[in-house]
Design a protein around this ligand. Structure first.
Ligand code: ADE
Length: 376
């Protein structure tokens, strides 16, 4: 029968979508195929990052792996790549880190945020020296007893540095596995978490190299199976992916309910004395950025401090507002207003110290305070 000519304004014919990947193949065989594909893809496409040896199958230094995995918790690889080399140059092994002064560790951590991790890493280095004869343990259970090392980091260090066949799950891995299986339950739900860990364990069981496979899974989540606009066209396991087959890749994982972050208003006095020194103080009292240095800062929850309140802090000769910016943390929106001026003759500040620009460059500073004090 002749086919009817398509009407000019008729909708374009829809292409039949490839059906969802078969679930009938036995799960272990399907997992083995997935693992093989991911490992091959990773060997050919991995990013060159400073904590990775040039050969994906080469042994990895456990200390460097511990440092990089702690840095990579909640921080993008590109940012960690900027800081990792400097940190390792200063603390080349676990003994050097264990012996370091905490302020030096924090200073080398500057810009990575979540400074609690730096303190935990420092404590972990001390525990490795004291309890494990300065050798990073290879068992996930022993790793988990180190400060700052949770189930994910223990699995990452054990598998990447020691080749232990143990699973890892971080946000990237969770997203990949939920999409591959077309599961749209919220990733943080305890049942879902249990399921994701089981899937990750079943897959690494089938891998040729647990180290290559685990890092491949993370890498796929970081570079291809991204939270927004995933690049399914470049994905080595597209053919096995239920979300992609059903066009659900932008709906899985289910988005988190938006939480409103509290505001914090910071008015910062950037004061220079006649010799070009900067006035800085150390934060105390726990809370955000505890122990880091800053230009004297007035903080309020409800509004910015008034010009009169800023002047009443008594450090300026002539103060003018020189900039404003917003900094987001996990829990807060911090609104910075910067006041610049020269020091009143003989100006003192209850907790302030005058330091040269050089000295300030070497201090542990949060990234907004670094921007205010040193620019850039
Ligand atoms: N995120 C956490 N660890 C990682 C790694 N080793 N490679 C890439 N991204 C990561």
């Amino acid at each position: 029968m002749p086919r009817a000519a398509r009407q000019p304004d008729a909708p374009p014919p829809t292409r039949p979508r490839a059906g969802p990947p078969s679930r009938s193949r036995s799960q272990p065989r399907r997992d083995a195929a997935l693992a093989r594909r991911l490992e091959a893809w990773f060997r050919a496409n991995r990013r060159d990052l400073p904590w990775r040896p040039s050969d994906p199958d080469a042994p990895r230094d456990p200390y460097r792996t511990l440092v990089s995995e702690l840095m990579l918790q909640q921080t993008q690889a590109a940012r960690v790549a900027e800081r990792f080399g400097g940190f390792i140059a200063r603390f080349p092994d676990v003994v050097a880190l264990a012996d370091a002064d905490e302020q030096d560790v924090l200073a080398l951590w500057s810009g990575l945020g979540y400074y609690r991790r730096a303190r935990l890493l420092h404590a972990a280095a001390r525990a490795v020296v004291e309890d494990h004869a300065a050798r990073v343990p290879d068992e996930p259970e022993a790793l988990r007893r180190l400060p700052g090392v949770g189930r994910y980091t223990a699995g990452a260090v054990a598998s990447l540095a020691f080749g232990v066949r143990t699973p890892i799950v971080d946000a990237n891995v969770a997203r990949v596995l939920l999409r591959v299986e077309g599961r749209d339950t919220p990733p943080d739900d305890p049942e879902t978490q249990k399921w994701i860990w089981q899937r990750s364990a079943a897959l690494v069981e089938r891998a040729a190299s647990p180290s290559v496979f685990n890092e491949a899974l993370m890498e796929l989540g970081a570079t291809v199976c991204t939270p927004r606009a995933p690049r399914c066209g470049s994905c080595p396991i597209k053919g096995q992916c239920h979300a992609s087959a059903e066009g659900l890749q932008n709906h899985i994982p289910a988005p988190k309910a938006r939480t409103t972050r509290r505001e914090l208003f910071c008015d910062v006095a950037r004061v220079e004395d006649a010799r070009g020194r900067l006035l800085v103080e150390r934060r105390t009292g726990g809370g955000m950025w505890d122990g880091l240095w800053q230009a004297p800062t007035l903080e309020r929850d409800d509004r910015h401090s008034s010009p009169a309140e800023v002047r009443a802090a008594g450090v300026f000769e002539g103060a003018h507002q020189s900039g404003e910016f917003t900094h987001q943390t996990t829990h807060r929106v911090v609104r910075f207003r910067v006041w610049t001026g020269t020091a009143r003759a003989g100006a003192t500040h209850p907790r302030g110290e005058w330091k040269s620009r050089r000295a300030v460059e070497g201090l542990a500073l949060s990234s907004p305070q670094r921007r205010i004090l040193l620019g850039g």
